[in-house]
Design a protein around this ligand. Structure first.
Ligand SMILES: Cc1cc2nc3c(=O)[nH]c(=O)nc-3n(C[C@H](O)[C@H](O)[C@H](O)COP(=O)(O)OP(=O)(O)OC[C@H]3O[C@@H](n4cnc5c(N)ncnc54)[C@H](O)[C@@H]3O)c2cc1C
Length: 405
């Protein structure tokens, strides 16, 4: 019998496992893949990741951090408006997910977590005394509390969301994003993207409700785009990816002779957190709970933060030997910390997508609004910050009504 079983060794699961093991609890971490495993992702760790003291060594480790992004160029859908932003602080740290996720698992194992990769969790059951049973092909594992962090489409998360009654809503609120890591000469990246490793954000590529990106790393660039699931199904993704590469080549943002082997796609939640993120003593964390910024698609930090919050609530339940309010406390703490902001960001996203040309025009003309946008995008500023609406209305009056420049 384990104190806690964690299903899924992505950032949510490994972070929770590390904190739980550190407190002395007996933790089993399961993952269906053999580690290190590939994960479709752009690999940008936004600055608020610095709030995890234990990964500061990783952020200084040049073998894991492929570049530090300190700037961006944002382009409106028509290409008419464009603005550049440079920050003295890091905007995000670029990693390869297979390396970063493995490192987080190692840190959990160092604290005492028992890790079993290549182990698919197939089913979950809560028996009458509250014990949670997790079934794999060969074994039944039992625990007092379970954390389900099996990503956007994991079977256990899906089962729990069905029990909660949100799975249909969930499926209707998924985006799909595609990405590829392309090898590029380091000298080219230095010359074009500078020491700031400026990221490119091109909004509404192919008219999708999303954006296309370039995240320059050391000697690779991560390139991709995303949109709503049904929109993505309706386009020829490969053709659109090639078209995006041509666009970048024509703007001299990629070498003429660039090649790539494969474009990978993966779902990501885009409607904000689900309305209830627990069932009995089972907590949903990371993507499985919808903890992703609907605006930027950033999910690594929110996965780790939900893992940290889950571990705090669980540790306190074991200390007080009271498991009655574990789910409610977890839900409240997640929503207070970041959940409500993520929900608001889903409305903010639609506003930005529908008024995309105007919002880019104002940002091009107004350096302060530009900074606000980047900060909201990056998770450093709350979506509901009244300063943003005030500035937006001021710019609307000044640039559109009174036609001032
Ligand atoms: C194209 C793309 C680009 C992205 N770029 C960024 C970015 O730059 N920055 C950012 O912050 N976020 C980004 N994201 C989002 C980010 O990848 C996710 O939000 C993040 O990985 C969520 O972490 P997680 O731990 O919840 O789940 P995951 O990282 O998905 O981990 C889930 C784990 O569960 C395991 N698993 C699944 N089912 C089972 C099962 N039944 N039994 C056992 N194990 C199971 C999987 O093998 C996996 O290891 C991107 C997403 C996409 C699709």
């Amino acid at each position: 019998m384990y104190d806690v079983i964690v299903v899924g060794a992505g950032p949510a699961g490994s972070t929770a496992s590390r904190y739980l093991s550190k407190s002395g609890l007996k933790v089993l971490l399961l993952d269906k893949n053999i580690f290190p495993r590939r994960k479709t992702c752009a690999g940008g760790l936004c600055r608020h990741i610095e709030s995890f003291p234990y990964i500061h060594d990783i952020l200084k480790d040049k073998s894991l951090i492929k570049s530090v992004c300190r700037g961006s160029i944002t382009i409106s859908p028509s290409g008419r408006y464009e603005y550049s932003y440079i920050s003295s602080d890091p905007l995000f740290y670029n990693v390869f997910r297979e390396e970063f996720d493995s490192k987080l698992v190692d840190l959990a194992v160092d604290m005492g977590t028992e890790f079993r990769d290549n182990t698919l969790a197939k089913d979950v059951n809560v028996i009458s005394d509250g014990t949670v049973e997790i079934y794999s092909s060969n074994d039944i594992y039992r625990c007092k509390v379970a954390i389900i962090a099996d990503g956007a489409l994991g079977v256990i998360g899906s089962y729990i969301r069905k029990k909660i009654g949100v799975e249909k809503w969930w499926r209707n609120n998924l985006d799909i994003a595609v990405a590829s890591e392309l090898k590029v000469d380091e000298g080219f990246i230095d010359r074009i993207y500078g020491v700031e490793r400026k990221a490119i954000l091109k909004f509404r590529w192919s008219n999708l409700h999303g954006y296309a990106w370039v995240f320059p790393k050391r000697d690779t660039v991560n390139i991709g785009f995303g949109g709503m699931k049904d929109e993505m199904k309706a386009i020829d993704v490969q053709q659109e990816f090639n078209r995006y590469l041509s666009y970048l080549r024509n703007r001299s943002l990629l070498p003429k002779n660039i090649t790539y082997s494969k474009v990978y796609g993966a779902p990501l939640p885009s409607g904000g957190p689900i309305s209830k993120v627990y069932y009995s003593n089972i907590l949903l964390a990371g993507d499985a709970a919808g903890f992703v910024s609907p605006l930027s698609g950033e999910g690594i930090y929110y996965a780790m933060e939900s893992g940290r919050i889950a571990s705090k609530v669980i540790i306190s339940s074991f200390e007080n030997d009271n498991f009655n309010v574990i789910g409610r406390n977890y839900q409240r703490n997640c929503f207070d910390s970041f959940g409500r902001n993520l929900k608001l960001l889903s409305f903010y996203k639609y506003f930005l997508m529908f008024f995309s040309e105007n919002t880019h025009k104002y940002a091009e003309l107004d350096p302060l609004l530009r900074r606000y946008y980047i900060e909201v995008f990056n998770g450093d500023r709350k979506a509901l910050d009244p300063m943003i609406s005030v500035r937006f209305i001021k710019d609307f009056l000044m640039f559109d009504i009174f036609q001032r420049r």
